[in-house]
Design a protein around this ligand. Structure first.
Ligand code: GRG
Length: 303
């Protein structure tokens, strides 16, 4: 298979990720200023700049570069993707949803600013993300920008994040959910935005369908693998921290990939998805090394 040859090329992924993270962080830092009414801008900035891996922006930039575009072309969309992601996390953490006190190692938005402001901070980020893409993107034809806006709006709506979240909420009340429902939830809560990240980067660079299709399948596969690994890490971290009984309790409590398939089978399936994702990139040759390495990172990550 073609991807085994590229694996031999040495590529320092952690250096690549840190470099991209620094660029994204700098762009995000400048994306929102605090003006009157200060409270809303402060709360939007609080969550947007609370850290995180910046995976979606990095995927967008990598895909844009793979298709012949530049970092500059992709950056406003990359920032918008992080704004969407952050908005969804703020809302997900609310008492009416997951009711979490901590996110990215810091107090959640509603814990700091109150529930009312946290709802508005999510709304503000959602709206501003579109404005940011339209206003800040340079050197990209308007038609491409329109396609990007189409991709993004689909990904955050009922066809994506919102749709995944509502099925997730409904399934929490059930004891057993099947693997199809679990796949639906993760595909929509995670996969669709990762897909939009990769596809919008490629669109900005002017990629044609021949390039967009395999990239879209790549993103779909890494999205599901990402979630499977997340579930596995949840169990293994709980077992390490609190002992075997706690790990088993967690396995029994929630419908996750490890609880439906077992830990080993879950890892195998994730590896298969990663292999398939990398195979999709074969026709791009060495230029696809960053995206290949990101796929490997998803399965190798430990937190
Ligand atoms: C407001 C757009 C919007 C949606 C509302 C609340 C909701 C509907 C959807 C929730 C979606 C959700 C919480 C998905 C989980 C996505 C996920 C995999 C989060 C973890 O992502 P990482 O690991 O996190 O990339 P960091 O912190 O590194 O960015």
């Amino acid at each position: 298979k073609a991807h085994t040859t590229v694996e031999k090329v040495s590529f320092d992924l952690s250096a690549y990720l840190s470099k991209q993270q620094v660029l994204v962080e700098a762009a995000l830092e400048q994306s929102i200023y605090v003006v009157y009414p200060e409270k809303i801008y402060e709360s939007m900035r609080y969550s947007l700049l609370a850290g995180g891996k910046r995976l979606r922006p990095i995927l967008c930039i990598a895909s844009c570069e793979l298709c012949g575009g530049t970092v500059e072309m992709a950056m406003p969309t990359a920032c918008a993707l992080e704004m969407f992601h952050t908005a969804s996390l703020i809302h997900d953490d609310l008492p009416a949803m997951d009711n979490d006190d901590y996110r990215r190692g810091k107090l959640t938005n509603h814990k700091v600013y109150g529930e009312d402001t946290a709802i508005l901070a999510g709304d503000g980020l959602l709206a501003y993300a579109f404005k940011f893409v339209v206003e800040k993107t340079n050197k990209v034809p308007a038609e491409r920008l329109l396609q990007v806006v189409d991709q993004l709006s689909y990904a955050i709506g009922a066809g994506g994040l919102v749709g995944g979240q509502i099925v997730d909420l409904a399934s929490e009340k059930l004891h057993n959910i099947d693997i199809e429902t679990l796949n639906f939830i993760h595909r929509h809560k995670t996969g669709v935005l990762l897909q939009a990240s990769v596809v919008s980067g490629a669109i900005l660079a002017g990629a044609n369908d021949e390039a967009l299709q395999p990239l879209s399948r790549y993103a779909h596969n890494i999205g599901l693998a990402f979630q499977i690994i997340d579930d596995v890490l949840d169990i293994t971290a709980t077992t390490e921290e609190l002992g075997k009984t706690a790990g088993k309790d967690l396995l029994a409590q929630k419908a996750t990939y490890p609880s439906l398939l077992g830990i080993e089978e879950s890892k195998l399936q994730a590896q298969e998805l990663i292999d398939e994702a990398k195979a999709e990139l074969a026709s791009f040759g060495e230029k696809a090394i960053p995206l290949m390495a990101i796929a490997d990172y998803i399965i190798a990550r430990t937190h």
